[in-house]
Design a protein around this ligand. Structure first.
Ligand code: O7E
Length: 227
């Protein structure tokens, strides 16, 4: 029985790893969050949560959601080394798969996140899906991120110029991209320009059929990219 449960578990994780989609679960309500996670969890690479779900439910929801998918905590850390370490340590304690940090706070702060993360994946924001001051310093942010030893970079799926630029300088770091769907980006273009995973929120959770919508996104990647 235990062996069967383990097989089922590893199989689910394998299925999850195949997907190129990270679902942005930006809702408040606990039951809604859990229901969405249960519905799409096995079909996505990971679920990303942000302040809306945490402010309403607390950090314990990371553990609950982890039953259904890898959980990436998008807390966009931007503080001194001690504070970001404390937050990262807490996310690790509750079973987070990954954590997202800003990089404009500099090398020391980002290194502190990487150190406290242990086996958790650290992604750093180097370019946003809306115009921001980061546009002036993207190259420097990539350099800091590489030096700190992050696992991946956040770059926009709806702003091709910046996505291409990040890809060119990424030296193999994974790229995860918001901006697809509700913010106008196209999933196939984003993947062709270098995204490893696209982050999609509203287009899925506001849909009448979240699973069907997700599967539509997945098959558009498979159809175009596997030709
Ligand atoms: O537009 P949506 O609904 O598909 O959701 C996009 C998600 O990506 C949402 O959680 C938002 O906070 C996040 N995001 C951006 O939209 N733009 C950015 O530049 C960065 C992020 C983000 O997720 O950063 C960390 C990966």
């Amino acid at each position: 029985m235990l062996a069967f449960a383990y097989l089922l578990y590893t199989h689910n994780k394998y299925t999850t790893m195949e997907s190129k989609i990270i679902f942005a679960l930006d809702v408040y309500d606990y039951n809604t969050a859990m229901e969405l996670a249960r519905t799409v969890g096995e079909k996505v690479f990971a679920i990303k949560i942000n302040w809306p779900v945490i402010l309403e439910n607390g950090i314990k929801i990371v553990r609950d959601l982890s039953k259904y998918a890898n959980i990436i905590c998008d807390f966009k850390l931007a503080d001194i080394d001690n504070t970001v370490s404390m937050i990262t340590t807490k996310v690790k304690e509750y079973g987070g798969y990954g954590i997202i940090s800003h990089s404009f706070t500099g090398l020391n702060s980002l290194k502190a996140v990487v150190k406290s993360a242990g086996n958790m994946k650290v992604f750093s924001v180097v370019s946003m899906s809306q115009e921001s001051y980061l546009d002036n310093i993207t190259e420097e942010l990539i350099k800091i991120s590489r030096e700190a030893g992050v696992y991946g970079l956040v770059a926009p799926g709806n702003r091709p110029y910046y996505l291409k630029k990040v890809k060119e300088l990424s030296e193999g770091l994974k790229i995860i991209s918001p901006g697809v769907g509700a913010q106008g980006g196209d999933i196939v273009n984003a993947m062709l320009l270098g995204s490893d995973y696209v982050i999609i929120g509203r287009s899925i959770y506001n849909s009448l059929d979240p699973l069907g919508t997700l599967e539509g996104f997945s098959s558009s990647i498979n159809n175009k990219l596997n030709k």
